[in-house]
Design a protein around this ligand. Structure first.
Ligand SMILES: [Zn+2]
Length: 164
């Protein structure tokens, strides 16, 4: 045991919109908007957070641990991916200090759902919602995201890692 250190991780994710799919962001079902294509539920907030947390813990990337070819995650709630990651970082002796995510979406408005997202994410990750921040911005109508062809999210995670 040589003590502990803080580590930061960065995550990014984007999924194309797909009419007929249900939209989930931060584990919250948002009706009256097209969903996101993807192997799981396409929840970009969960995926960006997962990648940031794995990165901070030095555990590689999301695709390596939860590949598209794994039937276990087909149509799965991405909150269950975060639950699995919670156990992985515990096994690594890492602790989540805080996470901050930014959603980049032209539509729908996500502000009204942020509190519920923080609660879902905190429950999945085993931390109080005060350690979770979710923000949202638009892409100012520029590019594919500006044309509502997809939704993206980026995230950072600060971790305390024992025996780095
Ligand atoms: Zn994803």
């Amino acid at each position: 045991m040589t003590g502990s250190a803080v580590r930061v991780g960065l995550g990014f994710d984007v999924h194309p919109t797909e009419v007929g799919r249900v939209l989930y962001l931060g584990g919250v079902r948002i009706d009256d908007a097209p969903g996101l294509a993807g192997h799981s539920d396409g929840d970009v907030v969960c995926h960006a957070l997962a990648d940031a947390i794995l990165g901070g813990a030095g555990l590689g990337d999301l695709g390596a641990h939860f590949p598209d070819t794994d039937a276990r995650w087909r149509g799965a709630s991405s909150l269950s991916i975060l639950e699995a990651i919670r156990e992985m970082i515990r096994g690594r002796g890492a602790r989540l200090v805080n996470v901050d995510a930014t959603l980049i979406a032209e539509a729908p408005p996500v502000g009204p759902h942020v509190a519920a997202m923080k609660e879902n994410l905190g429950r999945a990750l085993g931390v109080e919602p005060g350690r979770i921040s979710v923000k949202a911005t638009t892409n100012e109508r520029l590019g594919a995201i500006g044309r509502e062809e997809g939704i993206a999210a980026m995230a950072v995670a600060l971790m305390e890692v024992s025996d780095p």
